[in-house]
Every structure is written in C-alpha cells, then in structure tokens.
Design a protein around this ligand. Structure first.
Ligand SMILES: O=C(O)[C@H](O)CO
Length: 404
C-alpha cells in the first residue's frame, strides 16, 4: 500500500513533523511494507518556517524581536535568494504567552514589523508571510509602527488609549507600556503623538494615522500574505468576534474591541478591512493589505511548495490530521486543503485528530472519508500525556481498516 502522510501540527503537543513520524510509526506496525510519502503541512500559522525550510533551498537567519507583550523573542527568517519567508506567529503567536499571562487587548504585532525590517535589511525584495495562530488583535497597527507609521490622538481620552510617553486614559489597561513621564495617567491633549504599538486598546483614542513612513520603508518590496483564514477584519465574521475567544477576549468585551479596530480602519482605510483575509491573525492581514500585499491561501502555498499534488497522485490513500478537527478546519486550514488535493487526485482522505468535533455529513462535504479521534481511542488524559504514542495507536487502527 502506498500512503501519503500530510498532517498539520497537533497544537500544544506535536509539530507537524512529529505528528507525521508518529502516524508513520503506527501505520508500519500493521503494514510494514507500506510505501510512505511524508509531507508535514502548515497553513500559515506555527510550523510554517519548519515545514518550508525542509523544501525551500535557502538559509535561516536568526533575529530577536519584540514578542506580543514586549518580551524579547527569537525568530527565524528563511531567505532564498531575494525571497524571504516569515512566520508571523514567531513574533506574535498565542503560544508565546502562558494562558494566565495573556492580555489580548494590549498584545502587539510590533515584532512582526521588526521581522519585516530585518528581511528587507538582509536584501529581500519579496516577502512571503505566514499568518495564523496569533495572540494579537491589533489590526496590525504594531507592525505598521515598527516600520515607521505614526499617529496622533483625539482630545477626548478614550480608556486604554496610550500616548507616546505611555500616558493612558486607563493606566491599568496599558500597564505593559507605561514607563515614561506620563505614567501617572495625566490626560493627553488633541494632536499629541500617540503610539500604535499598544495593542487594540491603544487604537481607541487615535485622531489620525500616517502610514506613509511605513510605505516608504518598504517601497519596492512585494508582499504575499499567506493566511489560514479568509475572514474580513470587522463585524460578526471579523477577527475579534470569530478568533477573539481563543486569545482570551471575553464575549462581553468583543463589541468594544471590535469598535477600536473599526475606529482604526476608519482612520486608515475602511474598505480594505472588508477584503478577504484582512481579519487573519487579528487584523495583521489588514495591515499587510494596506502595504499592498497579495493575499493567498497559506495551505495552498505550502501544498504547492511541497509538491503535494504530485505526491497525492502517487499513492492509494492520503492521511491528514490536526489537534481539533472542528468547524474552523473547513476554510483555509490544512485538512480542508489536503482533502481537496486528495479529491482532485481521486484518492481517499482520512483524518486522525486529537478530537473530532464535526459531523460526518460536514466532513464528507470537505472530501474527508472518515476521521478518528485520539480521545476516543485512548482517552483525553492519555492523549495529552503521550501524544506521540497515542497518535501511533490510532494510526495502527486506521491501517487495520484501510491497509490492503
Ligand atoms: O491568528 C488568528 O487570529 C487565527 O489563526 C486566524 O488567522
């Protein structure tokens, strides 16, 4: 039997490379003679650079950038000739901050702008950024700030609006940035310089923004935003309402936070906020679109660079997987992308997941024949205690049904 193993990461437990190894191990217990092709996948989120560095001929540059809450964070640029690949989650990912430390309304994408600047300084003319898995929701304002965009504020102090010296309408909200002469919470006046790197909360009291310095900094650079989702930035299908909960934004806070992003978009460019992918990575997609980026599907890009289509046509069965196979897996995510490639090649696609939270009709409409859950096979405790072993157990069971 010939199989292709093309999983996503199992978030919080296994990288895509590790998941592929566990599936292969389990499958071989039942079918030792199998011809196995392996293609770990990513959709733009965490794992993007790991997966691409295995197939793109380039060198890795190490840089240090500001993490979502200002802590120095290591990141890697994959430079192939004049093309640089960046994984934005390395600078603003949800996984970078412990759950109890998360302050999603303050988290900033400033470090992503630093990554871009480093790529430009290294000679990149085309920058391909993977978007997804972020812990930020700042409309990409931090990214724009790191590249030189500036802002002023209104006379009315909105709660949480940080000025350049750290003074804020509500010092508690902007405490991560408060360290300057304004830390006593002194009221700021209309026209004062405001900061764009204080997260979503910092957008509240902005009076005007000037993106031109950022555009000048990256003039002549071609951007490609490879995102995991197509959502717009604002409203019910937008970044805050759909992805806010997983970052720790409480339901009752969402209208206000969405309002801050709306206010920013009204100052910068309201129409762009409605474009496909503007809502990816908490609105980072929006900031990149403002810099002229072309938006593509992250999984399609990874599938193309890893030769997934060709590999699928050489096998009898395609296996994919991820931590939670749920409604979010439908659009733009790894499983949907792999299933589409398998279907185009007329090969069955089977999913192995930590949890399966999707009905069989929905699964089939995505082109997935069957899905097997680790928690059903070994129980939740064991699945988390030994994710590699548990995934191998499930892969062995899948082989029992599917190997011939
Ligand atoms: O980072 C996020 O907000 C989600 O993965 C959607 O892009």
């Amino acid at each position: 039997m010939r199989i292709l193993i093309a999983p996503d990461k199992f978030a919080g437990t296994l990288t895509a490379v590790e998941a592929a190894a566990a599936i292969e191990e389990g499958w071989r217990r039942r079918d030792p003679e199998a011809e196995v092709l392996v293609a770990p996948m990513a959709d733009g989120g965490p794992g993007f650079i790991d997966v691409l560095s295995a197939v793109v001929d380039g060198k890795l540059l190490s840089v240090t950038v500001r993490g979502p809450l200002g802590v120095d964070t290591p990141a890697t640029i994959l430079l192939a000739g004049e093309t640089a690949y960046l994984e934005t989650a390395q600078a603003c990912g949800l996984h970078l901050v412990e759950p109890k430390e998360r302050r999603p309304e303050e988290a900033s994408t400033y470090g992503v702008g630093q990554l871009i600047a480093a790529a430009v300084d290294a000679g990149a003319k085309r920058i391909i950024l993977g978007l997804g898995g972020s812990g930020t929701n700042d409309a990409g304002a931090g990214l724009l700030a790191a590249l030189g965009a500036t802002a002023t504020r209104t006379g009315t102090a909105h709660p949480g609006a940080a000025t350049a010296d750290g003074a804020t309408g509500d010092p508690a909200i902007a405490r991560a940035e408060v360290d300057g002469p304004g830390a006593d919470g002194a009221a700021a006046g209309e026209g004062d310089v405001a900061r764009l790197d204080g997260g979503a909360a910092g957008l509240a009291g902005l009076g005007a923004v000037d993106l031109q310095p950022a555009r000048d900094r990256v003039a002549g650079i071609e951007f490609v935003a490879a995102s995991d989702v197509e959502n717009p930035m604002l409203g019910l299908r937008g970044a805050t309402n759909v992805f806010g909960s997983q970052k720790g934004i409480a339901d009752e806070r969402k209208p206000e936070v969405d309002g801050w992003l709306t206010h920013f978009a009204e100052l910068a460019d309201r129409k762009t906020a409605d474009k496909k992918g503007a809502g990816a990575a908490g609105g980072l997609g929006y900031a990149l679109l403002l810099l002229g980026a072309e938006r593509v599907s992250g999984i399609d890009l990874v599938a193309e660079l890893t030769g997934l289509k060709q590999k699928a046509s050489q096998v009898d069965l395609v296996l994919s997987g991820e931590g939670a196979f749920d409604f979010q897996s439908r659009d733009g995510k790894v499983i949907a992308g792999v299933a589409k490639v398998a279907n185009d090649a007329m090969r069955p696609c089977v999913v192995l997941a930590g949890k399966v939270l999707i009905g069989s009709r929905e699964m089939r409409s995505m082109g997935v024949e069957s899905a097997y859950a680790l928690v059903d096979a070994v129980g939740e405790e064991q699945a988390f205690a030994d994710p590699h072993g548990s995934l191998a157990v499930v892969a062995e069971r899948v082989a029992k049904t599917w190997a011939r």
